[in-house]
Design a protein around this ligand. Sequence first.
Ligand code: A3P
Length: 302
Amino acid sequence: MPNDVAWPEKLREFHNHHFDSTIWNDFPFRNDDIVISTYAKSGTTWLQQIIAQLLFPGCEGMEVAEMSPWMDLRIPPKEVKLPEVEAQTHRRFMKTHLPVDALVYSPLAKYIYIGRDGRDVVWSMYNHHANANDIWYGALNDTPGRVGPPIEKPVDDVRLYFQEWLENDGYPWWPYWENIHSWWEIRQLPNVLFLHFADMKADMGREMRRVAGFLDISIDEEKWPQMMEYCSFQYMKANATKSVPLGGAFWDAGAEVFIHKGQNGRWRDILAAEDSRAYEDRAQKELGAECAHWLANGGITN
Ligand code: A3P
C-alpha cells in the first residue's frame, strides 16, 4: 500500500430514515474486503451479483443479498449486522450508499463506485418507492433510532417526484450531488474503481473483466458463459428473490419490482425540455463539466 497517499478521513455521521453511518466506526476491515458504493438505484445489486460470480464462478442460487449486506442501512441494527459480517469466511463484499466523508475509509479495502444519470436514478427510485408496502414504511419509520422525518408516500406523478428530488437535493432520499462529487474526487486513489451503469449496459462482459482485474481475480474461462448468464438482466429478474433485500418482502409484487426494467432514458418522453435543462445546469454547477459529462454518458475515468 503506498504510504504517501492522502486517504479520505471521516468528517461526519449521516443519519436519516435509512442510514446509520456509525456502523463503519466499529467495523474491523480485512485486507481483501470489497466495498460497493452508489448513490442508490445505480446498479448496486447488479454489481453484487457480478462480484458473487467472480468469487464463486458459475455457482447458482447464491443468497447474494445476505452475502453482501448494506452496511449503513439501519435495519437490522449494527449490533446484529456486525457479528454476521464478522462471521463471513468468504471474501467480503459489502454495500454502502454513503458519501465518502461519512465513511471510515480503509486503505486496505477495494472500493468500486457506480454512477448513473440522476434522471435514470429517479425513474428507478420512483418505481421502488411507489410500489413499497407497509412493511417497508414500518421498518424505515418505526424502527427505533430514526433521525429526521419519516419517509412518506410519493406523489402520484413521476415528473413531480423528479422536480421535488431536484429542487430539494435528493428529497425524500438523500443528497445526490455530494455523493457523486465526493467519490469523483477520490477516483484516482489506488484502491478505487469507477464504473457507470451505461457502460455496464453497453458491454457487461468488458466491465466484469475490469472488475476482476481490479480485484485480482483471474477469470475461469470455462465458467464465463454461465457467469454472464447469471448476471444478465433476464436471469436476475427471474431469480430476483435471491439478490434483492429480504427476498422482496418490501414490495407486494415481490422482488421483481426491484429488478424493474434495467434501461436508461425512460424519462425522455416524460420530462419536459425545461426539466432536463434544469437538471443539466445543476449537474454542471455541482460537479463541473468533466464529472457532469461522465455522469451523463459514462466512459472510463480511472
Ligand atoms: P431500473 O429500476 O431502472 O430497472 P440498485 O441495485 O442500485 O438499487 O439499482 C437497481 C437498478 O439496477 C434497477 O433499474 C434494476 O433493474 C437495475 N438492474 C439490476 N440488475 C440488472 C442487470 N443485470 N442488468 C441491467 N439492469 C439491472
